[in-house]
Design a binder for this molecule. Structure first.
Ligand SMILES: O=C(O)C(=O)C[C@@H](O)CO
Ligand SMILES: [Mg+2]
Length: 398
């Protein structure tokens, strides 16, 4: 079997989107004053560079007609250019079963500029498609090629609860608690740029959600790189009483020493990894005890080949892996590793940040039932197909 073609298409969403609102989610741009607008005024949209309304879909076809599906959501147009210009020539004519060789070939050929960020995301898309081919070629789901079924079904956590009116957040938490979720991730709306008022608002929102979900359900807290070490050191002790399962991405991914300091500071486990890349990136996080929960995203980190290696590394360090995002490219890794206890789960809703765009492009992702996900032993490959019902809402670029 040989790789005959690689097709990367950019899907740009032109449909309805939820209008941005201020203090929706603390993020790395909160600390950067926009000298063209008072971005700290109510309603300022500091999340605009973290909105993903575009997605690159990769189809790798073999000479016997098997088509594997991959995807990349980070800088999708740039990722397409990298795939077309640099990566496709490296895999054409190759045997997809040589997936380690092909992953190394792509990773090493682009070391000069691609070892973090969009270069690795582009590699991930091709690698994911290759694993889809492997599963399809032997009639097995990808998780069966990685270690098989380690769980009867995958526990998942409800992930949304962006900062808004506290009553609305409580109603959202109640709605999904009633659907059987036993774990919830919420977003802070404030950080260092908002001073003590923001600290009070952040604490109020955690109090409000805990009021609804109680203390027999897990609560996780998402900062999305929006704080700094000084602010985190101030607020973490105040958050301990809410017993969060983890506090996620308090600072930017490069501040590994900051992560390590905060991870030792209180009883609250610090999590991260969705903005880290390659086996070596995670070795650094583990060696420096920077995180207590690893959250790579398989369509960013270097693909299934790389994620599978990181799963083994984290197991050796006894650090659990709970990949960023739901989606099949992550669920197969979680199913096949005892060190991956649960999955993140984005509910299907109107296009907002873009995490949910996956549902508008692909068919096959399992719906959560009573807080669990199930994968099908008899569905070969990733178990995904391309959706047609929303095509009119996309501009698709070859
Ligand atoms: O789901 C997460 O962990 C993310 O970081 C998503 C991002 O949109 C912030 O909520
Ligand atoms: Mg996150």
């Amino acid at each position: 079997m040989k790789i005959k073609s690689v097709r990367a298409r950019v899907y740009e969403w032109k449909g309805k989107t939820v209008p941005p609102q201020g203090n929706f989610c603390s993020n790395a741009m909160d600390l950067v004053y926009d000298n063209k607008a008072n971005q700290h005024a109510a309603g300022a949209d500091t999340m605009n560079t973290f909105r993903f309304h575009c997605w690159t879909v990769v189809e790798v076809e073999t000479d016997d007609g098997i088509v594997g599906l991959g995807n990349v959501a980070l800088a999708p147009r740039i990722a397409k250019a990298i795939i077309d210009e640099y990566l496709t020539p490296l895999v054409l004519g190759q045997d997809p079963w040589d997936y380690e060789y092909l992953n190394q070939r792509m990773y090493r050929a682009t070391q000069a500029w691609g070892r973090k960020g969009v270069g690795m995301a582009a590699i991930s898309a091709i690698d994911i498609a290759i694993w889809d081919i492997l599963g399809k070629s032997v009639g097995k789901p990808v998780f069966k090629l990685l270690g098989g079924r380690t769980k009867e079904k995958i526990p998942c956590y409800y992930s949304k609860l962006y900062r808004t009116d506290l009553k609305e957040m409580q109603a959202e938490a109640q709605k999904f608690k009633d659907q059987g979720f036993k774990a919830f991730k919420m977003r802070f709306g404030y950080g260092p740029a908002h001073g003590q008022l923001g600290v009070v608002e952040n604490l109020k929102s955690v109090e409000a959600v805990r009021e609804v979900i109680g203390y027999d359900n897990d609560l996780m807290l998402e900062c999305y790189m929006g704080w700094n070490v000084e602010y985190a050191k101030r607020i973490l002790p105040k958050l301990e009483k809410y017993q969060p399962r983890w506090l996620e991405e308090p600072v930017i991914a490069d501040d590994i020493d900051g992560y390590a300091e905060l991870n030792q500071l209180t009883s609250i486990p610090i999590s991260g990894g969705e903005h880290e890349f390659s086996l070596y990136g995670f070795k650094q996080l583990l060696d420096r005890k920077a995180v207590s929960v690893v959250q790579y995203d398989t369509n960013r980190v270097g693909g299934i080949t790389m994620a599978h290696k990181i799963n083994a590394l984290c197991e050796a360090y006894s650090v659990p892996v709970i990949p960023h995002a739901g989606q099949m490219h992550n669920y197969h890794l979680t199913m096949s590793s005892l060190n991956c206890p649960i999955s993140e789960y984005f509910p299907i809703f109107d296009v907002e940040v873009g995490n949910e765009l996956f549902y508008y492009i692909f068919d096959g992702d399992p719906a959560a039932e009573n807080g669990f996900l199930q994968l099908d032993d008899n569905k070969p490959g990733l178990g995904l197909s391309l959706k047609t019902e929303y095509l009119e809402h996309f501009t698709i670029t070859e």
